[in-house]
Ligand binder design. Sequence first.
Ligand code: HEC
Ligand code: HEC
Ligand code: HEC
Length: 338
Amino acid sequence: MSNHPTTDVAGNGSNKRLLVLAVCVAALVAIGIATLLVNVAQHKQEAKTPFFKTVELTNTTDDPATWGKDFPLQYDQDKRNVEMKATKYGGSEPVVHTPTNEDPRTVVTRSKLEQDPRLKVMWAGYAFSKDYRERRGHAFMLEDQTYTERQKVKQPGTCINCHASLYTTYMKLGEGDLIKGFEKVNQMPYFEARKLVSHPVGCIDCHDPQTMELRISRPAFIEGIRALKASQGIQDFDVNKMATHQEMRSYVCAQCHVEYYFKGTEKRLVFPWAKGLKMEQPSLITTTRSSKTGSTQIRERPCSRPSIRHSKRGARAFTRGRMSPARIATCRTSAKAP
Ligand code: HEC
Ligand code: HEC
Ligand code: HEC
């Protein structure tokens, strides 16, 4: 009997302890769930801004030095584009240049016209016969284009598409419409367009400033790749939405490192890919040159009957210095092939 109350008390005690324990466990679980939810929310937020940023980058930040504050490693590597040395892959060798008022550069690259003087004869009448040099790193693209003697021929603003950071210029001129801005720049004289740019190709030309995803900023590429995909049965290809990441890694470079021409009086930059990329597929470009004015007319036309024989003949004439190089790539559309 005397045990009962003790048992009862002990029973009450253990019930209470159980209750306390249950409350504690419940509290811990609640805290655990809350922490998890906060954590998930944080990670979601982090996923939106995947980088630690010291400065805010926007669609108007065109100075790579500002991007460099958030991405010092990539910026340092980008700056190494000023290095000039020959490697087994190419590279470039510095040639000392005495600065003049017309051309203030102290270092240029080797002249291909001096290396092979036949080029001067072959290209007589073309701007290329005045000056054609080895290429060098991206850091020089703007000044090399500004001071090349090919500027002695009046050049259009279109030239600048591949030699400067242009995303912000296009967007500003086009009032938010990239293509409109592009069309305006194309139609300006080169040196008017030149005033609107200040950097060689920059981070903003290949990257979205918020996500750092690769993006295409050059209308000629957007239009060229759409035409190419259409020829493969894919309609309305939007490169910035539909290309794979792997494709984009090549595409960003192909915004500039491709064959091109200036179409019509509006001097639109065109990549002639509407029939495919192979030699026998593209709508080939034919060049005719007026011997009187020295001006060049360019036409794009479908290549229905590619002529290898003709190409060979063209190539032989080219190496003998009799023919302009544009005629090597030719196709027979009539009995009178160019
Ligand atoms: C906005 C146009 C543009 C884009 C985009 C571009 N390039 Fe260039 N690239 C040029 C120009 C112009 C030159 C020549 C500059 C000069 O000679 O002054 C050049 C030069 C080069 C050279 C020669 C360097 C040397 O020392 O001889 C290499 C290699 C190169 N680019 C690779 C690339 C790669 C890889 C990409 C993509 C990640 C790329 N480029 C994207 C315009 C561009
Ligand atoms: C579609 C892009 C594109 C356009 C448009 C373009 N360039 Fe270039 N340019 C390049 C690339 C790419 C190189 C690097 C050359 C190479 O890869 O061999 C280059 C190299 C050069 C060079 C340095 C080597 C040399 O040829 O002496 C000069 C100067 C130049 N371009 C001037 C011009 C001028 C002038 C125009 C307008 C008539 C022009 N570029 C239009 C892409 C372009
Ligand atoms: C001509 C185009 C081009 C330009 C200009 C360019 N990038 Fe890139 N960037 C690329 C490509 C291509 C990659 C590789 C993407 C991949 O492989 O996933 C890349 C990758 C990166 C990455 C991701 C690196 C990683 O390990 O995933 C960062 C960050 C970056 N670039 C920053 C910059 C900065 C900063 C600048 C300007 C100083 C710059 N990029 C200029 C094309 C460019």
